[in-house]
Ligand binder design. Sequence first.
Ligand SMILES: [Zn+2]
Length: 115
Amino acid sequence: MLYLERKDKVILSRKSKLTLDRPISSTYLDIGTMAFMKWLSSTEDNKSADSPIVVKCILKDKYIIFYDGDLLKDVTVVFRDCIPWCKNCEADDCGHVGFAICLKQYYTRYGSTDV
Ligand SMILES: [Zn+2]
């Protein structure tokens, strides 16, 4: 128990990354949603500097490629049977996946694949 708490603190101190001890389902979606809202407002205002994310390519129900300004590299999130998977983090519960889910819902709703 003590060990877990310590480990948790160490992880939290490192730039609010995901912690396995927390309810991941809401955490990574929150991170992704926040990134998505930033991205959305920056696209609408033409202020791309506000968002660290630049969407590069969307192939509906296949994959989404975007540039992560925090990582300084491109991130690919693929959809396998509609389940998102981040190729950068080798995970299905990182902030990129949360972002991809938001983006996918956005484009599904508005029926556009143009970026
Ligand atoms: Zn990721």
